[in-house]
Design a protein around this ligand. Structure first.
Ligand SMILES: Nc1nc2c(c(=O)[nH]1)N[C@H]1C(S)=C(S)[C@@H](COP(=O)(O)O)O[C@H]1N2
Ligand SMILES: [Mo]
Length: 257
């Protein structure tokens, strides 16, 4: 016969597993939008490795570093100064009259000035950026939490992806840089739209006025020069349909590290 304590432990674990599976299936369930959600799973994972393997890959926090680990220089890669006349005009005025438009599958489309974004709940984090071209660097980023921002426009239940459209044209076809992440990563506590790099306003070469930080994914996912955000059910009809500028040329859509 099973001991009482053992029975209780098993009941708890199966409940935890069931809850975890439901949340995974729900995808953008409200629960996954709160800070405590990953923490709760964090304590569950100590009890059971299966839970850990099921859930940790998508909810774990990326490693954070200290001030002493900061790289002396944070490089720039890809576009470093968009050749776009609207962008140039905004940059010349320190983005005082730039606005970030958010639309698509949301109840309340809106647009946000840089000052408005800076007034929303922010997060600061020191993380390592890994570029597939063979360099890594550690920097301090401050930005608005993407989940908090999205809550303001109220995503519709059909929304599965957050699309980021950038200012920089990358090639002669006129195809602009774009990227996409799913709701799970959008509401991850470390996913921010950064407007500061190493305690300074984000420089143009690193994506001013705002660039995505989606820690635990490779550099090309971190869209710079974001002009417009759109929530969508699918990205199949956008450009080559692979969900991002580099994805359209064969890179992985989920660039987890
Ligand atoms: N809009 C835009 N975003 C972009 C790129 C780009 O060329 N344009 N390059 C990507 C790549 S490959 C990397 S490694 C990082 C580089 O960011 P950094 O210039 O701040 O180092 O931005 C990513 N986001
Ligand atoms: Mo990169």
């Amino acid at each position: 016969m099973m001991r009482k304590a053992e029975l209780a432990r098993r009941r708890f674990l199966s409940r935890t597993l069931a809850a975890g599976a439901t949340l995974l299936l729900a995808g953008c369930d409200k629960l996954s939008r709160t800070e405590w959600f990953p923490q709760l799973l964090g304590s569950a994972e100590k009890l059971n490795q299966t839970v850990h393997h099921l859930i940790a890959p998508r909810t774990a926090m990326a490693k954070e570093f200290g001030e002493a680990d900061l790289s002396p220089v944070f490089p720039t890669n890809g576009t470093s100064d968009p050749e776009n006349s609207d962008y140039r005009a905004w940059a010349a005025n320190n983005f005082a009259d730039w606005k970030l438009a958010i639309g698509g599958l949301v109840e309340q489309p809106g647009s946000f000035s840089l000052a408005e974004l800076q007034g929303l709940p922010a997060r600061t984090q020191i993380t390592r950026h890994d570029c597939v071209e063979g360099w890594s660097a550690i920097a301090k980023w401050k930005g608005v939490k993407l989940g908090e921002l999205l809550q303001r426009v109220r995503p519709l239940p059909q929304a599965r992806y957050v699309m980021f459209f950038c200012a920089d044209p990358m090639d002669e076809s006129g195809q602009k840089y774009y990227e996409s992440i799913d709701m799970e990563d959008a509401f991850h506590p470390q996913t921010i739209l950064a407007y500061e790099l190493n305690d300074q306003p984000l420089p143009v070469k690193n994506g001013a006025p705002v660039r995505l930080r989606v820690e635990r994914q490779l550099g090309y996912k971190h869209a710079k020069y974001i002009m417009r955000i759109e929530l969508a059910e699918s990205f199949e009809n956008i450009a080559e349909g692979k969900g991002g500028y580099w994805e359209d040329q064969g890179y992985e859509w989920y660039a987890g590290i």
